[in-house]
Write a protein that binds this ligand. Structure first.
Ligand code: NAP
Length: 898
């Protein structure tokens, strides 16, 4: 599955993908939380597994809330084990739990009552107590207890199965591996199958071989021979195999959780003509079904190529269910899609890229076979009475020819950047020196254009973070005492150096973040401007003096550096989000520890080197990349020497960090998520509005907190705007960001593509139409097509969630009041855009919008000289402008008399 010289399976990526799909399902539902008992859903969400007889005892359960978790309750010793070996779970979230072992401990013992009470408290803490709780499967007494304690329970199983139906490349790799193991076992069965061996001996042999090969669980092996073949009993016995028998097997096992359902049929001896005919028929049906399978086809169209139940001897489809049959495979044996004439004709579903399923048509039983001798036949020969086969078939969108060309061009550019990558520092920057992580650990940085690792970076831990705080502490008095003019001049040199190195920095940003080189150049210029702006502001930390109203004394106010600052930044602007914090902090006289996003640590490390070159003294700026962000940041925020947290990232993580910062009452600035409305009134200059829309939507492929998330267009011009926007989006060149000419690069990772895909799929299922794009692209890299959705349902999840991808949903409005109401109907409040030809209306609407920033006839608001920030759940505080530096200063009031 893996060697050090090839990128194949990536378990971290797999875990991230699954949890993100579960989260996206939750976010797009009415639920405040999912409470999961189905052990496949628990594995999908928590990435844990308990083997043997304990897994299905309805004792393990997991809670995923909109803002936190997953929290897992399990056998106490297993929970302790997760704390040690499952670092992706917060240790606090691994809890001992016991509900009664499927009723063996009666509900009257109170275990369920206290479990529900605990869950209720957690829902309350997460602020979702008023929303329904989605439950997948549940024991009746537990359900009754939830209802007794006033929880509103709804079904989550449908949402979880929808989430699980699209497989990532890692999941497909595991399914393929599981099937390859069965291929090997079938070869052993061919060699062992002869008169005198019993069905149970074949089962024993297959079990041994599978466990030898690393199977996690051999769930079932059906071994059926001779007269036991028809009707199919779905089991095995001690029957002795005889000359001329047909024998067929179904092997169901899992490799790292991923299952097979893999049939093969053999004849023990020479096949009779009727056996041969049956085999040929089954094969034809299977091939016919495979030829129909492609994205966009309904499951009814696949089922239709198979015979009806009455055509092969069954009274109805219920009686024949399981014979002409297809089913999804994954962590569960029967996932979506389920393809049969029983259900698919009534409720077809559309096949989608990324689904994995088995097809298993079975031919009509032929007349009894005659013994023909005792030579063994492999399955390559036609065979017997109830001939059956099963195929695992992957389906995905093949890259078009053009895309293939673009991808190979990308490799050429990759080789040009080898030099750049070998030059970039990859260790921690602490106290002015480059050091390894105390643990010696490192993690991969992945190029989103190819999905392959391009560098490894030291993985800072808690000890490293505290060492960085030590260094920041040692440097603090000297830096605070450095004359402001001198601090300003160092920042100015950093601006010059960054500007000189624009091209190499832009390539680095593009390589690790994926954004188009043109966007990356724009980001580096914008990022450098924060150094220039704050080089000028460093000398303007003016205080004030006034006479107290009583006349008794003077009120003297001076500004002093707040102290050691922890800076946490996201991956979408790896350069600018760091300089927007480092610039004002250094200007104010603070020392800092920067924890960059683990997807994009290289840019931050490159900038640390620039700052050192510019003359920043050792310890003033420290950079600690880490894969254990929660633990590392929490450790620093609990160190009493740290006085400030400046965070840019998602609202979910912002909420968590506000709570952590509360423990030591640390000063916080929060730049969080957005859900920007883009309003176009009928009197707007439509050409300008389209220009603005393309910038507001497509800068960084839509991965910006300021990205236009919802387009509200006045009825009279909505059709024209939608049509022209679609034409502009369709013309965009998608490809590796590093390649010249690319306008839209890949998204940051698989998890993001899946989230965007999930939102688009959900919108389409609610009636939206993708007039352009609408699909992810399979192949190397994490791509989603530029997309315009029209007829979007006003309550669609895509209008509520931060899309963070190249998707533009368009909704029509009738008048100004409705436009304002729609725009404000969100918990976010970062930025809004308004296009109108009427200045009075523009200002009136701008004032009514509950946002920290408004682009009035502008699709871009970011400016280092302007206060950037949001209201409501988009954040606290402002960055940039003069106020940006005040965020790093404490006011000290001195009462004085003279
Ligand atoms: P994120 O998941 O919130 O991560 C942001 C940073 O926080 C990363 O460095 C991350 O480290 C770290 N982090 C994650 N979980 C943490 C925890 N429990 N404790 C401490 N640190 C933790 O956000 P993202 O996906 O990187 O960035 C996208 C989000 O940022 C979007 O919501 C976007 O709107 C927002 N954003 C806002 C602004 C603004 O100015 N308002 C600007 C840019 C982006 P890891 O990488 O190791 O997870």
């Amino acid at each position: 599955m893996a060697v050090d010289y090839e990128q194949r399976l990536d378990f971290d990526r797999l875990r991230g993908y699954r949890l993100s799909r579960a989260r996206a399902a939750l976010q797009s539902s009415e639920c405040g939380a999912f409470l999961l008992f189905d052990f496949y859903n628990i594995r999908y969400t928590t990435q844990t597994w308990i083997g043997g007889a304990l897994g299905d005892k309805m004792t393990r359960y997991a809670l995923l809330t909109r803002s936190g978790g997953p929290t897992l309750w399990d056998f106490g010793s297993a929970a302790r084990h997760y704390r040690l070996y499952s670092p992706w779970l917060d240790p606090e979230d691994c809890r001992a739990g016991m509900l009664g072992l499927r009723g063996a401990i009666a509900p009257t013992a109170g275990l369920m009552e206290s479990a529900v009470r605990e869950i209720k408290g957690m829902l309350h803490d997460a602020g979702v107590a008023h929303l329904p709780v989605g439950v997948d499967i549940v024991e009746p007494p537990f359900l009754f207890e939830m209802q007794r304690q006033g929880l509103h329970v709804v079904d989550a199983q449908q949402l979880m199965l929808d989430a699980r139906q699209i497989k990532s490349s890692d999941e497909i790799m595991l399914l393929t591996q599981a099937a390859a193991m069965v291929d090997g076992v079938y070869q052993d069965i061919v060699e062992a199958l002869k008169p005198g061996i019993r069905e149970n001996e074949i089962v024993a042999l297959a079990n041994k071989r599978l466990y030898d090969m690393g199977s996690e669980q051999v769930e079932a092996i059906n071994a059926v021979s001779g007269e036991r073949c028809n009707p199919h009993p779905h089991n095995f016995s001690d029957r002795l195999i005889r000359p001329g028998d047909q024998a067929f097997f179904d092997i169901i096992h899992s490799y790292n959780g991923y299952r097979t359902c893999y049939y093969r049929t053999f004849s023990v001896g020479r096949a009779t003509p009727s056996q041969r005919d049956a085999y040929v028929k089954a094969r034809e049906w299977m091939d016919a079904a495979i030829s129909v399978v492609k994205p966009g086809v309904g499951t009814d169209e696949v089922a239709a190529v198979w015979p009806a139940a009455t055509d092969f001897g069954f009274e109805n489809e219920m009686a024949a269910f399981g014979l002409q049959f297809g089913h999804g495979l994954g962590l569960g044996l029967h996932e979506r899609p389920i393809i049969s004439r029983l259900n698919s004709m009534r409720e077809p579903i559309e096949l989608q890229a990324g689904m994995v399923f088995a097809l298993r048509p079975i031919a009509r039983p032929a007349t009894a076979s005659q013994p023909q001798g005792s030579r063994r036949r492999s399955s390559s020969r036609p065979t017997a009475r109830a001939s059956s086969r099963c195929s695992q078939r992957r389906s995905w969108l093949s890259p078009t020819r053009t895309e293939r060309v673009a991808l190979s061009e990308g490799s050429r550019f990759m080789s040009e950047t080898t030099e750049l990558l070998t030059d970039v520092p990859t260790d921690l920057f602490v106290g002015g020196t480059w050091v390894s992580a105390a643990s010696g650990g490192r993690f991969d940085v992945v190029d989103p254009a190819t999905g392959t690792a391009i560098a490894t970076v030291a993985d800072g831990g808690v000890d490293d973070a505290i060492a960085a705080v030590d260094a920041a502490q040692a440097a603090a008095p000297g830096w605070a005492a450095t004359p402001p003019r001198q601090r300003g001049e160092i920042l100015r040199r950093a601006f010059d150096l960054m500007t000189d190195q624009t091209e190499s920095l832009a390539r680095l940003v593009s390589l690790e973040n994926g954004k188009a080189l043109s966007d990356a150049r724009g980001e580096v210029a914008y990022a450098a401007e924060f150094f220039r702006w704050y080089s000028e502001e460093a000398v303007r930390a003016a205080g004030s003096v006034m006479t107290a109203p009583s006349g008794a004394n003077r009120i003297l106010v001076v500004h002093q550096p707040v102290g050691i600052c922890v800076l946490v930044t996201p991956w979408n602007f790896p350069a600018a989000m760091a300089t927007r914090k480092i610039g004002p902090a250094l200007a104010a006289g603070c020392t800092v520890v920067l924890k960059p996003a683990s997807d994009t640590p290289l840019t931050a490390l490159a900038m640390a080197r620039i700052l050192a070159e510019a003359g920043v003294p050792p310890g003033v700026v420290n950079v600690v990349p880490s894969r254990s962000s929660g633990a590392v940041v929490s450790a620093m925020l609990h160190d009493p020497r740290v006085r400030k947290l400046s965070f840019t990232g998602s609202t979910e993580v912002g909420r968590v960090l506000l709570a952590v910062a509360a423990d030591q009452v640390v000063n916080t600035s929060m730049e969080l998520g957005g859900n920007a409305p883009f309003l176009v009134f009928a009197d707007a200059d439509l050409d300008a509005a389209l220009e603005g829309a393309m910038v507001a939507k497509m800068r960084n492929a839509g991965e910006a907190c300021t990205a236009a998330n919802r387009f509200y267009v006045e009825a009279g011009v909505a059709d024209e705007f939608g049509r022209r926007l679609a034409a502009r989006m369709a013309a965009l060149v998608v490809g590796p960001g590093i390649q010249d000419g690319t306008q839209v690069g890949p998204l940051i990772n698989e998890e993001t593509v899946s989230k965007v895909d999930g939102l688009v799929r959900a919108a389409i299922s609610e009636g939206a139409e993708a007039v352009v794009g609408g699909r992810r692209r399979y192949g190397p890299g994490f791509y989603f097509e530029p997309t315009v959705l029209v007829n979007v349902h006003p309550a669609a999840a895509i209008l509520r969630a931060e899309i963070f991808g190249p998707v533009a949903p368009v909704v029509t409005f009738e008048d100004e009041a409705e436009a304002i109401a729609l725009a404000n109907a969100t918990e976010y409040g970062l930025v809004a855009y308004v296009y109108t030809g009427d200045l009075a209306r523009g200002l009136r609407v701008s004032e009514s919008l509950e946002y920290g920033m408004v682009g009035l006839n502008r699709g871009l608001v970011s400016d280092p000289a302007a206060p950037f920030g949001g209201v409501k759940q988009s954040g606290i505080g402002r960055e940039g402008g003069h106020g940006g530096m005040l965020d790093y200063l404490e006011s000290k009031y001195i009462a004085v008399q003279w």
